[in-house]
Design a protein around this ligand. Sequence first.
Ligand code: C2E
Ligand code: MG
Ligand code: MG
Length: 694
Amino acid sequence: MNNVTKNAAADIESQYRSIFENAVEGIYQTTVEGRYLRVNPALAKIYGYDTTDDLIVGLTDIAGQLYVDPTRRDDFKRIMQDDGVVRDFEAQVYRADHSVIWITENARCVRGPDGGIQYYEGTVEDITRRKSDEEQIRLLAKVFDSVGDGIIIVDRSLTVKAVNPAYESITSFSASELMGAKLDMLAPGYHEKTFMPSIWAELTARGHWSGEATCRRLNGAPFVAALSVAAVEGSDDALAPEASGHFVITCSDISFRKRQEQRIRHQANYDLLTQLPNRWLATERLEQAILLSQRQKTGLAVLYLDLNGFKQVNDGMGHQAGDELLRLVAKRLRASTRLSDVVGRLGGDEFIIGASDLTDPRAGSNLAHKILYNFADPFVINGREIYCLPSIGVARYPHDGNTADLLVRNADMAMYAAKQNKARPVVVFEPHMLSVAAERLDIENDLRRALARKEFVLYYQPKVDSSTHEIIGAEALVRWQHPEKGFVPPGAFISLAEECGLIMAIGEWTLREACAQFVQWRAANLALKSVSVNLSPTQFLDRGLVDVVQRILVETGIEPGCLELELTEGAMAVDIEQAITTLGNLRALGVKLSIDDFGTGYSSLAYLKRLPIDVVKIDRSFVKDLGNSPADGQIVGAIIALADRLGFNVVAEGVETGEQASILKDSQCELLQGYLFSKPVAPGQFAELFSAPA
Ligand code: C2E
Ligand code: MG
Ligand code: MG
């Protein structure tokens, strides 16, 4: 070799060495047995050694030290043996610090002149990063395939690139039909023209959009989906931003949830029993109706209805009957009003009606009367005829208020006034009712404390024999000694006590007190035959009444025949059959029963004969004009004759003049009661009446 060729060879040698030394890939030569002959710095680095020498000295058994799975070396050698080369041979190997990496090798065997393998030489690349990326992708693919949400991937031209199985099962479209086709998932006809442009605008501005949309299934059936669309940039976006990238659309079928939401919304807005709007929705609708009236300059009437005697039906016939009555009432109210009117249930037995577009200021009360008329027919519940009329309060827009709340409140006040006066079932709001209501609230609060503070007292009014004027009986009449207001008459608090549920306690006290007083008078040898106690309708219809009366008879020791219970017709008219049963049960205890204020209520002589009662008390309104009006004389005469024929005793109430007393006596009325003989008086005074000369 001359110098020139020597130099050239040295040059080439140094070039190869440089490639070897500086290559990014690891390069090696090993013996077939697994010892390294030569390695480059890159391999030392891949395997975690500081120098190539460290690697050659430290790693002397490739099968045992390098491969995580030592059998990989056998695979490697077998391929070498068979093919002479190994390509893309992937394996997990230990680095010097025992950490594990993925490598891929390409190698060949170098054979000697005899054809035998002298050594292997090859390259090594660290593919740990790629492997974990692949793993990640596999995982994502699994997620893509197994999530419950439908996923569909489209390119910027909306050509479908991928569809997951969930999307297929939600829509029934198959992936093969969708792939390569243009995206068409929205149900036609369900979206505004601006819907898609608004999505694109959002996507362009923020890169994602989410919302609800109506999509369609294969058979065209629409379903509500929660959609989210995300723009995913493509790798080539730098070159052609417009055409690159994809949209990933996820879609979950929320029709079921939507239906449930709708149901919940319905429940929140409607009364489940009657299917009428509830207080909340009714008020909302009234508010809208007011706005409309404002614009159209028309009137609006709010009617507040409360059923009379509903509690009695509910308590007496059971809650199911009560529910049924409310349903029937709702139906009748709907039938009595226009479709455009608001009809709602405020709760309990209270209903609201908003009638709009009225030009006549009397239209509200006309409607109320029409409703009353429609309620005159009985409701049939469990085969029984139930009569149930409402008390109706009317408030008018703009006259009585300009908000729904105000109108409802004022209609309520008017309704309350109607409740107080059975003769006026429809009352139109007047401003003075506000102070009445305020006072009512005061009284209600005081009433709750009155019993505990022993503020009630009983006064007694004598009933006298019409011929001899001898005192035969006494009617106990409750009074309330209010610490500030003084004497409060029962008319001012009994109905309130009924409303706020205090009547049972007050009634029981009255009954016990009157019986005890009677026993005391008897013990003092007062020649008194009976004491009578008033029962309010609520008391009469309470299922516990018979037990309470029996208990008090035993407790006080009064002879049952000396106690008379006074009931009004109203209490019995709600459900005659039930009334007959209760009266029968009371009578079985031995007590006497009388009908109070006879002639003012339902006045049905037809059912009078079916009632097991002993006494009829003619209302003082008939007695008042006796002597002035011949008609009243005739009515009283007829009542007495009828009562006599049916075997009842008759008491005339409110006898104030001697003339009235004598007319009644001549008409064969046995007992008289009224200011002519005595006002109701305290027990001490009552006892004195006996010693006083008649
Ligand atoms: P009622 O049972 O019809 O009682 C008769 C009422 O007429 C009493 O009024 C009495 O004071 C009054 N009165 C009696 N004689 C005359 C008269 O000659 N002229 C006039 N103008 N009035 C007369 P009061 O005490 O104010 O009671 C009113 C109503 O309150 C009673 O009517 C009764 O329905 C009810 N009430 C009274 N006490 C009780 C009670 O303890 N429980 C219940 N549930 N109701 C009661
Ligand atoms: Mg009475
Ligand atoms: Mg009376």
